[in-house]
Design a protein around this ligand. Structure first.
Ligand code: BG6
Length: 288
């Protein structure tokens, strides 16, 4: 069965053998297998019962990245990374199921989010999340419709946790020469002079206006991940390293060695969406 509906998630299987799983909670993609190998990191301590955002896979950050810096922002009362990743989404069905791809859709409106979160950001919206699986790609895209009586601002991000065998062998290509906001060093802007990014300490960076194509994650094997984004301005790179890992209840102490987050989104600025309008954006992950 190419699309299998289970109690808490949907399982997709492409005829090539590639597969994926998406939880209704957060519409979080938690698995993507190509060539029998898991390509997304999911913590062994991830909480999957809907009481906490899922630690791993591809959580959807909306409508606020981190917490709002400006206490007067409309999103100021929202928890870190917003409401979409901690709400149960509706199953909207399969839209494509043919030789080349399987595509499924999930929906979330303001009336479906928990009451407390609704109070924290009282905007009317409709989200549609589309996951498309082919033999070697996983595409995720989001439509945001403003159903409010006024314009609103939002951030959006696909918080992808890539699975890697050994963080010391990982290099990220395609961001050199850019200026980034260093969240570890309290947000100064730094010019990246490294040819490639390697990880040997905590890394938490926002690359504003990062290129849409050419981002490669080399994990020291025969294959690489290629990340392409559409209508998303920024790229975030995150690895918690040792001390932060130890401080997270849903992340193993040693798991920082097995993951790297390279995240496509618009987080350095807000997207302003007028009443009645729809914004669309997405990312494509490919094994090359
Ligand atoms: C990243 C942020 O996107 O998400 C980090 O840049 C943050 O600052 C990380 O620590 C994880 O966030 P959370 O809320 O899932 O623990």
């Amino acid at each position: 069965m190419p699309v299998q509906l289970l109690d808490d998630k949907v399982a997709l299987t492409h005829h090539s053998g590639a597969s994926s799983e998406v939880y209704f909670f957060g519409a979080t993609v938690t698995s993507w297998k190509v060539g029998g190998q898991e390509r997304l990191f999911l913590s062994k301590k991830a909480i999957l019962d809907g009481t906490k955002g899922i630690r791993g896979g591809i959580p959807i950050v909306f409508p606020q990245f981190a917490t709002a810096k400006d206490p007067n922002a409309a999103t100021a009362a929202l928890p870190q990374h917003g409401t979409a990743r901690i709400s149960r989404w509706e199953w909207l069905g399969t839209s494509t199921d043919n030789e080349s791809e399987i595509s499924v859709r999930f929906g979330l409106t303001d009336s479906q989010i928990p009451e407390k979160l609704k109070k924290a950001w009282q905007k009317k919206f409709k989200l549609i999340f589309i996951v498309t699986l082919t033999m070697d790609t996983l595409n995720t895209s989001l439509h945001v419709k403003n159903e409010d009586s006024d314009a609103f601002d939002f951030n959006v991000l696909f918080h992808t946790y890539f699975a890697v065998p050994d963080i010391s062998k990982v290099s990220i290509h395609g961001l050199s020469g850019l200026t980034y906001i260093d969240k570890v060093a309290n947000n100064p802007s730094i010019s990246d002079s490294q040819d490639v990014i390697t990880i040997d300490q905590e890394v938490d960076r926002i690359y504003p206006k990062a290129p849409n194509t050419g981002i490669l994650i080399d994990f020291g094997g025969k294959e690489k991940f290629a990340l392409t984004k559409t209508n998303l301005h920024d790229t975030v790179v995150w690895n918690p390293w040792i001390a932060k890992a130890e401080g997270m209840s849903d992340f193993g102490n040693e798991e920082y060695k097995k993951m790297i987050c390279v995240e496509a989104g618009t987080v350095a600025t807000y997207i302003n969406l007028k009443q009645g309008e729809t914004w669309e954006g997405g990312q494509a992950l490919k094994i090359i």
